[in-house]
Design a protein around this ligand. Structure first.
Ligand code: KIV
Length: 297
């Protein structure tokens, strides 16, 4: 009997065990080249679950690359997590090119996916092509991501025909925050669930190599995952997707205030960094820094 896609910690399939023995897994593998779309397709075939984190600078990206994270997303979440905006809407192409280039420079193995910001692809497939080419040529990313299901299929098709790997993003699409009136869970109710399935199939049909499912009920995300041949990447979509993505500042405890319910915080970097800054300032104030060992004679 097949294990439910929602059951935790499943035993490894033989194909996954063989990949592990050859050092060919996405996580823990030892290849000295970048992860490619073929590696992600092979991982889906053998049932390997993989992780993706966002990154917005070379230093942090280098840490995640050394940790073996196979895919790094230069998300337009940079808007609210890195650049101080309230939403992703104000983020520009120039900013995404600059941040993506830094992440590419800071990494050796991870596939770097550059996000297409609001207004950079919705106008026409030709506009999408122009701006995706900028991310490939100027930043050196290995793939691009854009939001939308059926509505973005024509653009995805054109990019894929031109040789640009595309990660699609459906469910909650944060660039539509003003139209959605916030960040509500998507796909609830029969009609919305059917639309999500149609969106998933449309982007796969258009050639997307993977699909982000954001803020959708776990059962529905598992159903979409079973029906697609390309990997799904969940965020707030339960345990039944092929991969999981988190925004790094949420995952590492850098975000101020509340984080969404779907976030698991693996560290408390905000208090670690704040503590270091306070200790430095106190040492300067009481004259204990710099000490002799920090000074030249
Ligand atoms: O911009 C981003 O970080 C994203 C992820 C949340 C998937 O789109």
């Amino acid at each position: 009997m097949n294990a439910s896609p929602l059951s935790p910690a499943q035993p490894q399939a033989p194909a996954q065990q063989a990949a592990a023995a050859q050092g060919a897994t996405l996580y823990g593998g030892v290849t000295n080249r970048r992860v490619t779309v073929r590696d992600l397709a092979a991982a889906k075939q053998r049932g390997e679950r993989w992780s993706m984190l966002t990154a917005y600078d070379a230093l942090t990206a280098g840490v995640f690359d050394e940790a073996g994270i196979p895919v790094l997303l230069v998300g337009d979440s940079a808007g609210n997590c890195h650049l101080g905006y309230e939403t992703t809407v104000p983020v520009t192409m120039d900013q995404m090119v600059m941040l993506s280039a830094a992440v590419v420079r800071g990494t050796k193995r991870a596939m770097v996916v550059g996000d297409m910001p609001f207004g950079s692809y919705q106008e026409s497939p030709a506009q999408a092509m122009h701006n995706a080419a900028r991310l490939m040529k100027e930043a050196g990313v290995g793939a691009v991501k854009l939001e939308g299901g059926e509505r973005s299929a024509r653009s995805i098709e054109l990019l894929v025909e031109a040789g640009i790997p595309v990660m699609a993003h459906i469910g909650l699409t944060p660039q539509s925050v003003h139209a959605l009136g916030g960040y509500p869970v998507q796909g609830r109710g029969d009609e919305a669930a059917h639309q999500l399935l149609r969106d998933a199939k449309a982007v796969q049909q258009a050639g997307a190599f993977s699909v982000v499912l954001e803020a959708v009920p776990a059962e529905l995300a598992a159903q979409v995952t079973e029906q697609l041949s390309v990997p799904t990447v969940g965020i707030g979509a339960g345990a039944g997707t092929d991969a999981q993505v988190l925004v790094w500042t949420d995952m590492a405890g850098m975000t101020a205030g509340r984080v969404p319910k779907f976030v698991k915080q693996y560290a408390d970097l905000r208090s670690v960094l704040g503590g270091a800054a306070r200790a430095f300032a106190a040492d300067v104030a009481d004259g204990s820094f710099p000490a002799a060992e920090h000074s030249f004679s």
